[in-house]
Ligand binder design. Structure first.
Ligand code: PGA
Length: 243
C-alpha cells in the first residue's frame, strides 16, 4: 500500500480489532517501523475510536545494559510513543531488566507470554531478525537472553540514539511468537525490500528467522510499496500471505 496510507490503515485495523476484542492480549514491538502507526493509533484512541483500557500489552524485547532513560530502551520508547499517549493505558508488561538478573527477567517474561498472545506485531530486521531472534534462531528458540548481532548493536546507537552499544538483550522466543493467535509483520521503506523478499520467497531458514513466520497459519504481512518493491506483483498491495 502507498507509504502515506500505511500507518493510518494499520492503526485503523488495530482499532477495529480492539473494538471486536477489547481484552486483546497484544505483543508490541518498538523501532522506527511502528512509530508512525503508534502516533496514529494514539490519535484514534484519543478520538474514542477504540480503547486499550481492557487490553494487555506485552513488550516484544529489550536491551540489556542500558540505563532506564536511554533513548533506545524499548520500554521507555513504547511508553513515550503509545502507552503514555492514550486516554486509558492498558495493563502493560515490560521486560524486568532493572529488577532481575537477565536469566530471571527472561523467565519472568516467558511466563507473562505463556498466558497467551492473541496478536503479535513485529518489525523486520535488515538481517532477518524478528524481535531479537537473530540469525541462527529456529522455530523452537525460547524466550531468552540473546547476544546481539553486530547490525543490531550498531542500530541501537546509530538509529535509536543509544549512549552505548548494547551487546545483549532479552527477546520473546520464536516458539512463543509462533504460538500466538495471529501475527502481523510490519515492514516499511526501501531498506527492507531485500530482506522482505528473502523472508517471504527464500527457503525457510535460520539465516533469516523471519522466514519461519510463514509456518504460522495466521500471518499477515503489512508492507508499504517501497518495502514490497522486490516482491512479484500481486493483485492487492496489502498482502495477506498464508503458507
Ligand atoms: P526498525 O527495526 O523498525 O527500526 O526498522 C526493526 C527491527 O530491527 O526489528
Amino acid at each position: 500500500m502507498p507509504d502515506t496510507e500505511w500507518a493510518p490503515r494499520v492503526a485503523a485495523e488495530l482499532c477495529q480489532r480492539l473494538r471486536a476484542e477489547p481484552s486483546l492480549r497484544l505483543c508490541l514491538p518498538t523501532g522506527d517501523t511502528p512509530s508512525p502507526m503508534y502516533a496514529r493509533l494514539a490519535q484514534m484512541l484519543e478520538e474514542g475510536r477504540a480503547s486499550l483500557a481492557d487490553a494487555t500489552v506485552v513488550l516484544l524485547d529489550e536491551y540489556l545494559g542500558l540505563a532506564p532513560d536511554d533513548p533506545a530502551r524499548c520500554d521507555a520508547r513504547l511508553r513515550r510513543e503509545l502507552l503514555d499517549m492514550v486516554p486509558v493505558p492498558p495493563r502493560a508488561f515490560s521486560v524486568r531488566v532493572d529488577e532481575l538478573a537477565p536469566a530471571a527477567a527472561a523467565a519472568a517474561h516467558a511466563q507473562v507470554a505463556a498466558a497467551g498472545l492473541d496478536l503479535v506485531l513485529l518489525g523486520l530486521g535488515a538481517n532477518g531478525h524478528v524481535g531479537l531472534n537473530e540469525p541462527g534462531s529456529t522455530t523452537t528458540s525460547p524466550t531468552r537472553v540473546v547476544e546481539l548481532a553486530p547490525a543490531s548493536r550498531s542500530a541501537a546507537v546509530s538509529r535509536y540514539g543509544s549512549a552505548v552499544a548494547p551487546t545483549a538483550g532479552i527477546t520473546l522466543g520464536m516458539d512463543q511468537l509462533l504460538a500466538a493467535g495471529e501475527i502481523w509483520l510490519l515492514v516499511t521503506g526501501p531498506a527492507k525490500a531485500r530482506v522482505l523478499r528473502r523472508a517471504l520467497l527464500d527457503p525457510m531458514s535460520a539465516d533469516c528467522p523471519a522466514s519461519f513466520l510463514r509456518g504460522h497459519a495466521r500471518l499477515r504481512v503489512i508492507a508499504d510499496t517501497a518495502a514490497a518493491s522486490e516482491l512479484p506483483p500481486r493483485p492487492s498491495a496489502g498482502r495477506r500471505l498464508r503458507k
